[in-house]
Design a protein around this ligand. Structure first.
Ligand code: GDP
Length: 476
């Protein structure tokens, strides 16, 4: 009898251990990062992603999210964030803004923020089904400005190389015109004179203003990234530097190996190096290296609206950004850490600004923008995908009769509350030739935010496909 009891006890203990091991096996974790240049739609995207997941078993429309379709999601909850140094993504504020008349778009990203969700689900099949009934996926979402990724190549430049690079950017006439005042301000500085912190601060502020003007004019490849979105570094001396023209460096005999001690030149070089070591590098080492999956949002339509220079600059900026994911070829990254991103999605955002018949072209346009960079770079073991999304759909599509013909149209509201019905235009599948831009441009509309009624999931385009690509394999 005793023997039978102890055998039973042994079996019970073994089952208990197996259950614990199963539960541990079943607990998975994904670090999902979302980025893109300013106003590409990151805040709207994360707001919608969270909303779709939190409403997954209520009224979220997610037919292409396989785990939901299979009825295996038990529930999704918010959980406490672990990294206490990063801001918390302001989801509640975003939802409040969308639920209050008149609804407002959420506040755009200005720095890094995070949020954690826990997804409880039923396992699909396999041995582990016997060990634990349900499983848990912890999803950490990080939002950060794409501008910060533009800084990676700086790690391989010294101050003089950066000055040369910045000067080459002025080949563009429009950009050179914008740069004229700040160039004059910098040229008036005696680089060998005793370091004047106040003068450098003022000039750096003018340089940041110039970058902002470039951004407003539609330029996108703007460095250093923290000058546009300084986050917690606003006003800090680490941002008080700027590039000098190579001509001025020669005229004032600036040699990096023989800088005059305590001079303006020495201060500029020191700050540039400090920025690289204490701002750019730590972002990669503290945050970037933890990311498992990455979404990069690209606002192709605003670039089309802004003109050829904007389109070309966006393409160039994407090439720079993609260096952060080119593990095979980039030794800068390899020197910093061992990256682990295995899935990368490029998504053309705000796709509710085009009629459904133009969506195919929008993805083709995005692909054509990325083609050169993809050719040059090797994504070792990273699965990449291009798609389009509207995180928060602010228009409805339909048909209207014009001159006896039915044409696709969009209906939405302008920011001033006017109802709008229009055919916003065709999306080119590749960048149109220069002559086209001279003759005509693009004018895709802006829509006001839609009103989110009580307990309602946000309307979207293809958020379910992104969820499926990013999470379904972790929810098996
Ligand atoms: P961020 O700077 O990348 O965080 O950009 P936001 O998410 O703040 O988006 C910038 C602006 O783009 C918003 O204020 C909206 O006007 C617009 N926007 C973003 N996502 C969408 C979308 O899915 N549909 C529409 N119609 N507009 C969007």
């Amino acid at each position: 009898m005793d023997k039978a009891n102890s055998a039973q006890r042994y079996v019970n203990q073994a089952m208990h251990h197996a259950k614990l091991a199963g539960a541990r096996l079943a607990d998975k974790h994904v670090n999902l990062a979302v980025t893109g240049l300013s106003k590409s739609g990151k805040t709207a995207f994360i707001t919608s992603l969270m909303n779709q997941l939190l409403e997954v078993n209520e009224d979220a429309e997610l037919p292409f999210f396989s785990t939901k379709r299979e009825g295996r999601i038990i529930g999704v909850k918010r959980s406490n964030q672990v990294d206490l140094s990063a801001s918390r993504f302001a989801y509640e504020d975003a939802i409040l803004g969308l639920s209050t008349e008149p609804p407002t778009w959420p506040q755009s990203t200005t720095g890094i923020s995070q949020i954690r969700l826990v997804i409880r689900y039923k396992k699909k099949s396999g041995l582990s089904r016997w060990l634990s009934e349900d499983a848990k996926l912890t999803l950490d979402i990080t939002d950060y400005p794409g501008e910060w990724l533009l800084d990676l190549p700086l790690l391989d430049m010294d101050f003089v190389q950066w000055c040369e690079y910045s000067s080459r950017q002025l080949i563009n006439e429009q950009r050179a015109k914008l740069a004229a005042p700040i160039r004059a301000e910098i040229e008036a500085i005696d680089l060998n004179a005793k370091g004047d912190e106040l003068l450098l601060q003022k000039t750096a502020e003018s340089y940041a203003k110039y970058l902002k003007q470039c951004q407003q004019a539609g330029f996108q490849l703007l460095l250093p990234g923290r000058f546009l979105l300084p986050g917690e570094l606003l006003g800090a001396p680490v941002l008080h530097f700027f590039p000098v023209s190579p001509e001025q460096l020669i005229a004032q005999n600036i040699d990096l190996a023989k800088l005059v001690k305590g001079s303006n030149a020495e201060l500029l070089v020191k700050r540039f190096e400090y920025y690289k070591q204490h701002v750019v590098r730590p972002f990669y080492q503290q945050h970037f290296k933890r990311f498992d999956r990455q979404i990069i949002l690209v606002d192709c339509l605003s670039a089309l609206n802004n003109g050829l220079h904007s389109y070309q600059d966006l393409q160039a900026a994407l090439q720079w950004i993609m260096q952060s994911f080119a593990y095979g070829s980039s030794n800068i990254l390899k020197r910093l850490f061992k990256p682990k991103i295995d899935k990368l999605v490029f998504a053309a955002s705000k796709a509710d600004h085009v009629t459904p018949d133009q969506q195919v072209n929008l993805v083709k346009l995005l692909d054509s923008m990325l083609r050169d960079a993809r050719k040059q770079l090797q994504f070792d073991g990273v699965v990449t995908e291009s798609t389009l999304i509207a995180a928060i759909k602010a228009s409805t599509s339909g048909k209207a009769q014009i001159n006896g013909e039915f044409v696709p149209v969009l209906q939405g509201r302008t920011e001033d509350g006017l109802n709008l019905t229009l055919f916003p235009g065709e999306v080119p599948a590749t960048c149109p030739k220069a002559e086209f831009w001279q003759k005509q441009g693009f004018a895709f509309p802006q829509f006001a935010a839609p009103l989110l009624k009580d307990q309602q999931a946000l309307p979207h385009i293809r958020m379910d496909q992104v969820l499926d690509f990013m999470l379904a394999d972790k929810l098996l």
